[in-house]
Design a protein around this ligand. Structure first.
Ligand SMILES: *[C@@H]1O[C@H](CO)[C@@H](O)[C@H](O)[C@H]1NC(C)=O
Ligand SMILES: *[C@@H]1O[C@H](CO)[C@@H](O)[C@H](O)[C@H]1NC(C)=O
Ligand SMILES: *[C@@H]1O[C@H](CO)[C@@H](O)[C@H](O)[C@H]1NC(C)=O
Ligand SMILES: *[C@@H]1O[C@H](CO)[C@@H](O)[C@H](O)[C@H]1NC(C)=O
Length: 428
């Protein structure tokens, strides 16, 4: 029983359960008689050509220490996102936020149990192998004569006062526990750097990645069989001198790993889709490569995301013309024009009495009141704010107790302290 509890705590605090490890080459190691540790993956040594027997070996998950077969130990200090509720999307050791160029953003990490551990911040500039290398840049506090709108690292916090076009994914920022033996401070700040596949799939518990996403540009809506063209020039304010454009179709996103993206053959600034099929609807990402001051190679300098939207209001048989189309459920009309039904005001919605109703295209959503979570149709359950790990949710003072209430929580200063619970002063 005790052992189970300990193991649970260990994996929980690391935030990366071994059950979630990605080990695509597992069979390769087994095939040569190597049984990797449960916290290791089968990795390939790039010195050997792919497919050769000796090319595969067991390697502890990034940040873990050991021989990969008999032992792999959790690093002594781990990092975590300090405020997961500020992320639009979280994954293993990663936080993604939706932002616009020009806005300010702050990334924050915490190291439970080791609050003052030295932390380094990096920016990762993605290149396009094998043509262009990727780079990482060690971020340092701005010097006196430098402009003040550069990213400012300060302990576990990185402040970006002014988001630039090249701050968006697949460029990334990350925080890392500074290794004790060798300090990289003082060495060349920009170095060629690639994230190995197993680092990407199994982020290290001593690193936290932050990604920014741009807003979606909606194009459409289209019916199956339609054609469309996106001209990138119409969506970038000043004509960038683009050296290369890469287009991707987004699949099923899982924060940092995003392994389901599909690279398209198009390499120019124009994307055209003709006679669209079901699989063609969805989100497309245009990644523009060019030169950036301070980085030696060709890097991702801007990104645009397009939602090629399907017209879900009707279904047509062969042609779009009247008489061939029917309105879909949730829409009303003659087949040529199909208007969305507002289920909320038409009192067709089936939400719990205390949940609020929000109309969506073709349907509606029920939303639980603040402090409750659930689908709003069958349940709205009280959130135990005191049990949440995020300091944004519970902001009680260190000398206060958190008490859960229906829909909210209370902070109460401990015996011998005075205050409102957010601030508590010891009595004289
Ligand atoms: C997610 O992003 C949108 C902007 O696209 C923002 O308005 C919203 O507050 C974000 N949600 C969270 C939980 O941060
Ligand atoms: C994403 O993929 C997972 C596993 O393959 C699946 O369970 C999940 O439903 C998918 N999500 C979406 C939105 O397609
Ligand atoms: C579609 O149109 C064709 C020819 O007009 C007709 O034979 C067919 O039954 C129609 N299909 C549906 C689902 O309405
Ligand atoms: C909302 O309604 C459900 C079921 O009627 C009930 O269990 C729950 O306590 C209610 N919540 C609030 C905030 O009134």
């Amino acid at each position: 029983m005790h052992v189970l509890t300990l193991a649970y705590i260990t994996f929980f605090s690391v935030g990366l359960s071994v059950g979630l490890k990605n080990d695509p080459d597992a069979q390769r190691c087994l095939a040569v008689g190597l049984e990797c540790h449960e916290s290791a993956v089968c990795a390939r040594d790039p010195v050997y050509p792919p497919g050769t027997e000796q090319a595969y070996y067991c390697r502890c998950l990034p940040g873990w220490q050991g021989d990969g077969i008999n032992n792999c130990e959790v690093p002594p200090i781990v990092l975590a996102v300090a405020h997961p509720s500020r992320c639009n999307e979280t994954g293993a050791q990663s936080c993604f936020m939706n932002k616009l160029p020009g806005q300010e953003v702050q990334f924050q990490v915490k190291s439970p149990g080791a609050p003052n551990v030295p932390i380094q911040w990096f920016k990762f500039y993605v290149g396009e192998p094998p043509n262009f290398n990727s780079y990482r840049k060690l971020l340092k506090p701005p010097q006196k004569e430098e402009p003040e709108d550069r990213p400012i690292p300060e302990g576990g916090t990185l402040t970006i006062p002014h988001i630039e076009e090249d701050d968006f994914y697949e460029n990334l920022y990350w925080a890392e526990v500074q290794p004790t033996e060798q300090s990289t401070l003082g060495t060349s700040p920009v170095v060629a750097f690639d994230l190995a596949e197993d680092e990407r799939l199994n982020p290290s518990p001593t690193r936290v990645y932050f990604g920014l996403e741009t807003n979606l540009i909606v194009v459409g809506a289209f019916l199956p069989g339609d054609s469309m063209i996106i001209k990138l020039q119409n969506y970038i304010p000043k004509p960038h001198k683009l050296h290369h454009v890469r287009w991707k179709k987004e699949g099923n996103l899982t924060a940092f790993t995003r392994q389901h993206e599909q690279l398209l053959e198009t390499t120019g600034p124009t994307l055209s889709l003709s006679h669209m099929k079901e699989k063609d609807f969805g989100v497309y990402r245009a990644e523009m490569f060019g030169r950036k001051e301070g980085v030696p190679g060709m890097e991702l300098i801007a990104t645009r995301r397009f939602h090629v939207k399907k017209d879900i209001s009707k279904t047509c048989n062969g042609t779009r013309s009247a008489g061939h189309c029917r309105c879909n459920p949730g829409f009303l009309g003659n087949g040529e024009h199909c208007a969305d039904i507002d289920e909320c005001s038409a009192e067709l919605a089936d939400c719990l009495p205390n949940a609020s109703c929000r109309n969506t295209e073709g349907s509606y959503q029920c939303e639980c009141p603040t402090g409750y979570r659930g689908d709003g149709r069958t349940s709205c359950e009280d959130i135990d704010e005191c049990a949440e790990e995020d300091e944004d949710v519970t902001s009680c003072h260190d000398d206060a107790e958190c008490a859960n209430t229906l829909g909210s929580f209370l902070c109460e200063c401990k015996a011998g302290y005075m205050g409102d619970g957010k601030d508590c002063l010891g009595e004289e």
